[in-house]
Design a protein around this ligand. Structure first.
Ligand code: HEC
Length: 108
């Protein structure tokens, strides 16, 4: 019997690797959504703000990260966001910002 060429195993190995990476991505997405939900009380569901509140949906992730960093450091005075921003790690803020940036802005 001839040994099977290794080449034929390659696609199989790739599929296994991809399957292993997927749950990590899905977990990130879930975590981002859960974290973003903690902003919904004030900024609306999925960042679609009501009334005078600033919407977050569709705002560039970099901008959200920068604004939260300014609240955190105190560079941007706030009534409440300076406290809220301190409750999240940089990694969590990055996930939250990515989530809101990906939401379609509300059509008026
Ligand atoms: C308790 C209500 C409340 C919650 C919860 C809240 N915010 Fe805010 N947010 C505010 C208020 C009020 C302001 C206006 C600044 C201030 O006075 O603190 C604001 C302002 C902001 C701004 C600046 C918007 C702009 O265009 O100037 C960003 C960005 C923001 N919030 C992000 C978030 C994120 C992200 C979360 C969730 C992690 C969150 N907020 C949770 C009340 C809230």
């Amino acid at each position: 019997m001839r040994p099977r060429p290794l080449r034929r195993l390659a696609p199989c190995a790739a599929a296994v690797l991809m399957a292993a990476a997927l749950p990590a991505l899905a977990q990130d997405a879930l975590q981002a959504r859960n974290l973003a939900a903690t902003c919904a009380n004030c900024h609306g569901t999925n960042g679609h703000a009501q009334g005078d509140m600033k919407p977050l949906a569709g705002v560039a992730a970099d901008k959200i990260v920068a604004m939260l960093a300014d609240f955190k450091s105190g560079a941007q005075p706030a009534t409440i966001m300076h406290q809220i921003a301190k409750g999240y790690s940089d990694e969590q803020i990055r996930l939250i910002a990515g989530y809101f940036a990906a939401q379609p802005p509300k059509s008026k």
